[in-house]
Design a protein around this ligand. Structure first.
Ligand code: NAP
Length: 305
């Protein structure tokens, strides 16, 4: 019997992974917040994945964090701001050789989790797959993409990548995962906050070319300073390419704000600004962007962290 995948968080990405692993016949268990959520999940009869317009339900067994079984392989699929506390609750259940796969966007939450469970191997992921919830325990696979996985402290690939192969989860083991995470964070910082502040789709930023260029210059300086020169290479060109290629899309931060959901600002722009301070780097436009965004979120009654 292969090692069970415990999936923490039954949201968009958690469901996308859990259903594909289950579909491949692999053992999966879903960890939901509490007994009330478990009851709701059990009443629904499983997780539903909608792919190419076709809905399929998978009866993945559910449990709460207090369940007694040991956990050897944990896919952490919470938002960045929930990851540390959610993992802390599971710490007593982790085996001595436990491995965690962290799906969180941005940076900061991975280190926070790793510090909570210093004996576990923590593998970070950066994904371009897209999914959203369109009902309780039901997720739409909206954008096929790719997931890079890597462990900054240990370059050897884990054996369970075979499970991802079997589950047809497009992936690659990356020996420069930190560079990938920083590059994605920089793209996010240059695009997402401005789409919120200018209330526009990604393509709307074509009218704010100078503002975008100034931010890219500061972000590139930051990446160089924190030892990520590869992530700084041609940053502005790539930001412009993404703005053009995704012109009709609303950024994830825009969607969070539009739906009155908490954003992951602290792990994106907030993290960039924090690291800049740590390196005594003065990045006035980035700092001002953070202030404008915080003020805007507060004016809407949304958390600003
Ligand atoms: P999501 O849909 O909001 O799902 C997060 C899930 O975590 C929710 O179901 C939430 O439960 C659960 N959760 C939070 N705390 C928990 C706890 N203590 N115990 C058990 N469950 C807990 O988020 P998402 O969109 O999947 O995003 C997850 C991460 O992936 C984010 O960092 C995001 O930026 C990143 N990402 C997402 C996508 C995407 O397309 N969605 C793409 C790339 C990267 P409740 O339902 O009870 O609130």
């Amino acid at each position: 019997m292969s090692t069970p995948w415990h999936v923490l968080g039954a949201g968009s990405l958690g469901t996308l992974w859990a259903t594909r692993l289950a579909r491949a016949g692999l053992p999966v268990r879903l960890i939901v917040r509490d007994a009330e959520r478990l009851q709701s999940y059990q009443a629904a009869g499983g997780l539903t994945l909608v792919e190419h317009g076709v809905a399929s339900t998978y009866a993945v067994p559910g449990e709460t964090p207090d369940s007694p079984e040991p956990i050897r392989r944990l896919l952490v699929a919470c938002k960045a701001y929930d990851a540390e506390s959610a993992v802390a609750r599971l710490a007593p259940r982790l085996t001595a050789d436990a491995e965690l796969i962290l799906l969180q966007n941005g940076l900061g939450s991975q280190d926070a989790v790793a510090n909570r469970v210093p004996l576990a191997r923590c593998i970070s992921a950066s994904s371009t797959e897209g999914a959203f919830r369109d009902g309780a325990w039901r997720v739409v696979f909206a954008g096929h993409g790719f997931t890079w996985l890597g462990d900054a402290g240990h370059p050897v690939a884990p054996i369970w990548l075979d499970d991802l192969e079997a589950a047809k989860i497009p992936h690659e083991w990356s020996t420069d995962i930190l560079t990938r995470l920083w590059r994605k964070l920089a793209l996010n910082c240059a695009i997402n906050p401005l789409t919120v502040l200018h209330n526009c789709r990604n393509g709307g930023l074509q009218e704010h070319h100078c503002e975008v260029a100034t931010l890219c210059a500061e972000l590139a300086e930051l990446l160089e300073r924190c030892g990520q020169p590869a992530a700084a290479e041609n940053l502005q060109q790539e930001v412009e390419r993404v703005i053009h290629a995704t012109a009709a899309n609303y950024s994830s931060m825009y969607q969070d704000v539009a739906n009155q959901r908490r954003t992951e600002i602290s792990y994106l722009l907030g993290h960039a600004c924090k690291v800049a301070v740590r390196h005594q780097l003065n990045l006035p436009h980035l700092k001002q962007l953070q202030q404008r965004l915080i003020t805007h979120l507060r004016s809407l009654g949304l958390p600003s962290d």
